[in-house]
Write a protein that binds this ligand. Structure first.
Ligand code: NAD
Length: 344
């Protein structure tokens, strides 16, 4: 079937809606997650309907074409808007950049549509949001969904694009116990670990705390590797020493920022920092941590210093914004070589 035929009315009878899943946001993560979810759902129940939606129509089109090529009998369609995706499916998954997109998709699209649905359809609708966004925004959206008679959990992920592709993601779930139990079998098709962190917003709180550590950790590893090499150490020797000492962490032993420092592994620095977790996304997550810390009245001085440095990096070297955030090492090296100053 030609991909262009997929621009069709996705709204079927309500019996179809109960067998339909809509996935909104087919970016680097969402594309892989939706692919795993739909292919496993299709293998299990080939009468399922799949609906995809993205602000960039070509992304949805490309997803459909690839999926139909691999699963010729699959009933997969494109929703032009979140409203259409909501009318089409009982299960709705969102994987968008951050708070502004979630506010727009839920408050302008999903929630008003849920309010207009017949009671039985609204009550059976279940939303899972895997975006990393502000905790208070996630809570306000979940409240809006509940007021529209539907269920929602926040389920941000850890594991990156590689984990999304391999379906080995960890999902950090915030919501009721009932919501968590409902989400579990769906999330199990896209990941390996599904952890109930607490009520609405708790999954995000856990994710933001983890990334606060990660953002600072990757930066200090960059500093230590730069200092060590400046002092004449071989990066591979230094990495091996730290990996077996108290400084060991993911940023040194897996995501090491110095080419050839991990001879057995292939971190993003071996590909000029392509792939991995974009610096722009890390900057966003550091901002989420300072926002929520300010609201909670909790000091995060190292997090704020790291946020300032990532912001300087993206401003002065915009080409590093989409590279892996371990490229902070490259930025620091350049600052050193050019005798510039650091703002943080
Ligand atoms: P991305 O920018 O690649 O994808 C976002 C997608 O959302 C894009 O396809 C975009 O077109 C679409 N979109 C934006 N606004 C939309 C709207 N209004 N309606 C419909 N679609 C819209 O981002 P990503 O890397 O896939 O990350 C998604 C989320 O996952 C982010 O919150 C990120 O912080 C988090 N995350 C990413 C990684 C990673 O390694 N990339 C790891 C863990 C968590």
């Amino acid at each position: 079937m030609k991909a262009s035929l997929r621009w069709m009315n996705v709204i079927g009878p309500s019996s179809m809606r109960s067998r339909s899943t809509s996935f909104i946001g087919l970016g680097r993560m969402g594309h892989e997650m939706a692919y795993n979810l739909f292919s496993k759902q299709f293998a299990h129940a080939n009468e399922s309907q799949f609906v995809v939606c993205d602000a960039i129509p070509e992304s949805a089109q490309r997803f459909c074409s690839n999926f139909v090529k691999q699963y010729p009998g699959a009933n997969i369609n494109i929703a032009k808007t979140p409203e259409e995706a909501t009318r089409a499916s009982q299960t709705i998954i969102t994987m968008l950049p951050s708070s502004p997109q979630i506010l727009s998709v839920y408050h302008d699209g999903i929630i008003p549509t849920l309010r207009k649905l017949p009671a039985d359809q609204a009550e059976s609708t279940f939303c899972i949001d895997s975006t990393t966004l502000d905790v208070d925004v996630a809570r306000s959206v979940a409240k809006g969904v509940a007021e529209a008679r539907s269920q929602m959990v926040d389920a941000p992920v850890s594991g990156g694009v590689t984990g999304a592709k391999a379906a080995t993601l960890a999902f950090l779930v915030g919501g009721t116990v009932t919501g968590f139990k409902q989400a579990q079998p769906i999330l199990a098709l896209m990941g390996q670990r599904i952890i109930h962190c607490g009520p609405s917003g708790a999954g995000l709180a856990a994710k933001i705390c983890n990334n606060l550590i990660l953002g600072v950790q990757q930066m200090v590893v960059g500093e230590a590797m730069l200092l060590g090499t400046k002092l004449g150490l071989d990066p591979a020797v230094l990495s091996s020493v730290i990996s077996s000492s108290t400084g060991n962490c993911w940023s040194i032993s897996v995501n090491n920022p110095v080419p050839h420092a991990l001879p057995e592994k292939s971190p993003p620095c071996e590909r000029d920092y392509e792939g991995g977790f974009a610096t722009a996304l890390m900057l966003k997550d550091m901002g989420l941590a300072s926002n929520v810390a300010a609201l909670a009245g909790c000091p995060v001085p190292l997090g704020q210093a790291a946020e300032t440095l990532y912001a300087q990096m993206v401003e002065e070297r915009p080409e590093l914004a989409q590279k892996d955030f371990s490229s902070v090492y490259k930025f620091l090296k350049q600052v050193m070589e050019e005798g510039k100053t650091i703002k943080a």
